[in-house]
Design a protein around this ligand. Structure first.
Ligand SMILES: Cc1cc2nc3c(=O)[nH]c(=O)nc-3n(C[C@H](O)[C@H](O)[C@H](O)COP(=O)(O)OP(=O)(O)OC[C@H]3O[C@@H](n4cnc5c(N)ncnc54)[C@H](O)[C@@H]3O)c2cc1C
Length: 638
């Protein structure tokens, strides 16, 4: 890229940065009307789902010491894997809704700062994590619930059914809805199976459950809403035949109080199919289920800013596609400090070293103003004191203390460039990439440090030990060793390493469910943003491998990450930041006023001079003309 091209790009960026500030006042007004900073980003579930939305406000009263069990998903809104899993979990909740007297299906968003304490207490190390907490549950050092390691609805249902039975057979609880999970034996008869049942129970259904199956348990749970029916399991063949059950043809039967037995054949060997068969049979007998219980109270859902306002931000970002926004850089730092680090219960060993390294780099290359620099410097000094272990809670407390002492740190409260077209798209992971790109460029422009790996190593440690998207962390580590991160030779190559690695992730995720349709994953920068970056024009549209001009890419990345060009659209407290392009632009505007006057004065002077010169010339020429008739030369000769 020639000096001239860089100069042109610089002018373009200056102009873009300048125009990006135009709707600023309007945006500030919008932000004032909006709710708490990150609320609109949160929550993969809403009141239309059967998932109970848990939060610090209702977690304990919903999950602890209850007479029902709870299946809880700990998730992070910004983790792609959690987003992909959300529709599956909704399905699970929908299907298991009829089990709610015995087990509720809930979820808590660990990306919400308010929930830090809960996610830390439960030592959640990967997202999504599914845990079962039984009736009467209280967390303790050895018990944070039972992990369910599956993301398949049928498997989750089966695992949950087994846990519920094991829980019930080993402990007692006072939940009258809890089914009788004991097997019917050969000694039982059509009368003994009604013993102890209220008169409301007009029927008992017998379900054949072979070994290693949970079909009987599931059927009992699916039929909790049918008070006229009691479901019992049978696995012993002799007992089964006593109740007209044949494992190969009639796996179900219904017994009435008169001792009459009717066998049934379900469509398939699954809990839902068995329960469907029994429900149809009951309906034919004019038996109906209990009316639906009032819904369990959901945690309040944060208000979402007006669509028009949201669209205004999106329009701004679409207008200035490749700008880096101050607001996003700040949101990344805020989420890291307020959510990701404090959520970890114990920070020791490799994790502590990773945090110390990360804070060191952040302190050197952050985009914050004076207060922010002070905060990061003191926070780093605090963390560096520890050589064994620090807890997430200690970190959180120190952060709060320092923020209280140093005053406001962040000039903005919302994402701008990382705003998604719908609430749970983009956000934090987008801003984290942005922050790391910004820091690699600042390091490359910094003369003091010669360590090419400074930022990349800090990033690697951070992603591995703190990033709340476990799947992303695994992919990133694999990619880092494949792309030989530890052999990056200099700081400029570090900028390019991260750029290329990010493009690899973009390529893998293009068209993925987590992609924001308004911001498709492209090979960055687009040809429109940086035509010089492409050695072969049109390669993106022709779908051929891009022949990058890496020098141009480097210049481009350095330019967009130049603090002078970082857009301040969405910044509410400009005074917290160092004077930059926006201020300079205002100064330039003022100086432009003067230069206009100067220009006019100059022109006037110029015109005056010309007139004077013409007059002088005329006078001179006239004199010369008058002299000529005398015919003298310089020596006085004619
Ligand atoms: C380290 C890391 C690993 C991840 N791994 C996964 C994963 O394995 N699976 C998964 O589902 N999600 C993963 N994610 C999340 C995913 O990459 C995106 O962040 C998320 O899908 C949001 O995408 P986005 O459209 O906002 O743009 P992002 O990809 O987040 O990009 C943010 C901004 O950076 C700029 N940009 C884009 N590409 C480049 C580039 N090459 N160089 C410089 N700037 C660029 C653009 O302006 C873009 O808007 C990961 C995130 C991180 C931080």
């Amino acid at each position: 890229m020639s000096g001239a091209q860089v100069a042109i790009l610089t002018v373009i960026l200056l102009l873009e940065t300048a125009t990006a500030g135009v709707p600023l006042q309007r945006y500030e007004a919008l932000l004032k009307q909006q709710s708490a900073p990150t609320d609109e980003q949160l929550g993969l579930y809403d009141e239309n789902d059967k998932v109970v939305q848990l939060s610090v406000g209702n977690f304990n009263e919903t999950v602890l010491e209850q007479n029902h069990g709870s299946l809880v998903e700990f998730y992070n809104t910004y983790c792609g894997h959690c987003r992909r899993f959300a529709p599956i979990y909704k399905q699970v909740a929908e299907q298991l809704h009829s089990w709610q007297d015995v087990v509720i299906v809930g979820a808590i968003d660990c990306a919400a700062e308010e929930n830090n304490g809960i996610c830390r207490t439960y030592e959640v190390m990967g997202y999504p994590t599914l845990r079962y907490m039984g009736p009467g549950f209280q967390p303790s050092a050895k018990n944070y619930g039972q992990d369910l390691k599956s993301q398949d609805p049928a498997e989750i249902r089966g695992l949950l059914a087994s846990i519920l039975v094991a829980d019930n057979l080993t402990s007692s609880n006072n939940n009258t809805y809890w089914p009788n999970f004991h097997y019917v034996t050969e000694n039982d008869s059509t009368s003994t199976i009604f013993e102890g049942l209220s008169s409301q129970r007009e029927f008992v259904a017998l379900v054949y459950e072979p070994e290693n199956s949970t079909v009987g348990i599931e059927t009992a749970l699916f039929l909790l809403q049918w008070p006229s029916l009691q479901v019992r399991r049978v696995s012993d063949l002799a007992a089964a035949s006593k109740f007209k059950i044949d494992p190969t043809s009639h796996q179900l039967s219904i017994v009435d109080r008169k001792g009459e037995i009717t066998p049934y054949t379900p469509a398939e060997q699954t809990g839902p199919a068995y329960s469907e068969t029994l429900q149809t049979a009951l309906r034919k007998k004019n038996i109906t289920p209990r009316p639906e219980k009032a819904e369990i109270q959901h945690a309040p859902v944060a208000a979402i800013g007006e669509k028009a306002e949201h669209n205004e931000i999106l329009e701004e970002v679409h207008r200035h596609k490749h700008l880096v926004y101050q607001a996003d850089l700040e949101q990344a730092i805020r989420t890291v400090l307020h959510n990701e680090v404090p959520k970890v219960n114990e920070i020791g060993g490799e994790r502590l070293l990773a945090l110390q390294r990360f804070l060191g780099v952040l302190q050197r290359y952050n985009p914050l103003g004076f207060n922010g620099h002070q905060l990061l410097s003191k926070l780093k000094d605090y963390v560096v004191q520890f050589n064994q272990e620090l807890t997430g809670k200690q970190f959180e407390q120190e952060l709060q203390r320092l923020e209280g002492q140093l005053g406001p740190i962040y000039s903005s409260t919302h994402f701008v460039g990382c705003t998604g077209s719908s609430p749970h798209l983009r956000g934090f992971s987008c801003s984290l990439w942005t922050l790391f790109h910004f820091m690699t460029v600042q390091a490359a422009e910094n003369e003091d440090s010669q360590d090419p790996l400074e930022v990349l190593q800090a990033m690697h440690g951070y992603i591995k030990n703190f990033f709340g998207c476990s799947e992303c962390a695994d992919h990133f580590q694999a990619m880092a060793s494949r792309r030989k991160i530890w052999s990056v030779p200099n700081k400029e190559e570090a900028v390019l390493w991260l750029w290329a690695a990010h493009n690899e992730v973009n390529q893998r995720l293009a068209g993925d469910d987590t992609e924001d349709p308004q911001f498709p994953k492209i090979q960055f920068p687009s040809e429109k943003s940086c035509s010089q970056c492409y050695r072969t024009p049109g390669s993106t549209s022709d779908n051929i491998e891009i022949n990058w001009n890496k020098d141009a890419v480097l210049s481009f990345l350095k330019n967009i990450n130049n603090p002078q060009f970082v857009s301040r659209y969405g910044v509410q407290q400009e005074d917290l930041l160092h004077a930059t392009a926006e201020k300079m632009r205002q100064k330039r505007q003022i100086s432009n006023v003067f230069s206009d006057i100067d220009m006019r004065m100059g022109m006037l002077l110029y015109a005056f001079c010309i007139v004077m010169m013409v007059v002088a010339f005329k006078l001179f020429a006239f004199k010369g003309y008058r002299k000529k008739p005398y015919g003298h030369d310089l020596l006085g000769k004619v």
